[in-house]
Design a protein around this ligand. Structure first.
Ligand code: ATP
Length: 225
């Protein structure tokens, strides 16, 4: 479904990605891992066409580099960005409605996944707790009815109980067969949901394989856990 080969990207004159190769198949969950500053968020931003990049970037049989970024989103890339970025002045329901596209993920389905959001449909997103905003960011991505859900550090900075709720939801989505590409630092939780892992080091993929094959030594060396 997603095929990335030799992806390069830069911030102005400073290169950040030197050739990243990864793939996500239909119904598969892939973890993108690596230490701080190794290029995970940059890879996500390039895939979602939020910054210029070069190399092969194919999604659902289309060359994303040939499409403007809003068209890329419409092909079915549902991004949950780092830092959530909910529309604070809009209510929960409005946040979901303003991106909604036809499909099974309507407001009721999101409320079923995150009952706390269901109770707060009329509340302004800016007044939600951090965990609730993260749930809304995931709900908003789902409301676009994506073919691939892309999660960038969806549990960062959250309390353990809320993290557990988010991981349960991701596991449920995974169980329902949604393809997922996720960046996170928690090896333990990723092991629960991801089929495969791609590890980045200084803007390059240096290890790709089944999540179960990412042994402790490799993880310690490449990810620092
Ligand atoms: P983290 O786990 O800390 O979020 P990351 O693996 O997601 O790290 P990136 O944020 O993709 O890493 O950063 C990759 C490289 O690009 C780093 O060297 C970083 O300093 C640089 N970089 C990231 N964002 C910018 C920016 N807006 N302008 C300039 N350089 C940037």
């Amino acid at each position: 479904m997603l095929a990335v080969e030799g992806l390069t990207a830069a911030y102005g004159p400073v290169p950040a990605l030197f050739g990243v190769t990864l793939a996500v198949a239909e119904g598969e969950a892939v973890a993108l891992m690596g230490r701080n500053g190794m290029g995970k968020t940059t890879t996500i931003r390039a895939i979602c066409r939020m910054m210029p990049s070069r190399g092969r970037l194919a999604f659902a049989g289309r060359d994303l580099h040939r499409l403007p970024s809003h068209r890329a989103a419409r092909l079915g890339l549902g991004l949950v960005p780092e830092g959530r970025r909910c529309f604070g002045g809009l209510t929960v329901a409005e946040n979901l409605r303003c991106v909604a596209r036809p499909g099974p993920w309507d407001a009721d389905a999101v409320a079923d996944l995150f009952p706390r959001l269901g109770e707060r449909m009329g509340q302004r997103a800016g007044t939600l707790s951090g965990g609730e905003q993260q749930m809304l960011a995931i709900g908003r991505a789902l409301a676009t009815n994506p073919r691939l859900l892309v999660l960038d550090e969806a549990t960062e900075g959250l309390a353990p109980l809320v993290r557990a709720e988010i991981w349960d939801a991701v596991a449920r989505l995974r169980g329902e067969g949604l393809a997922i590409l996720l960046v996170d630092k928690s090896l333990k939780e990723l092991s629960r949901v991801a089929d495969r892992a791609v590890v980045l080091e200084r803007g390059r993929d240096v290890w790709t394989g089944a999540m179960a094959d990412l042994d402790g030594d490799t993880a310690a060396r490449l990810i620092g856990v």
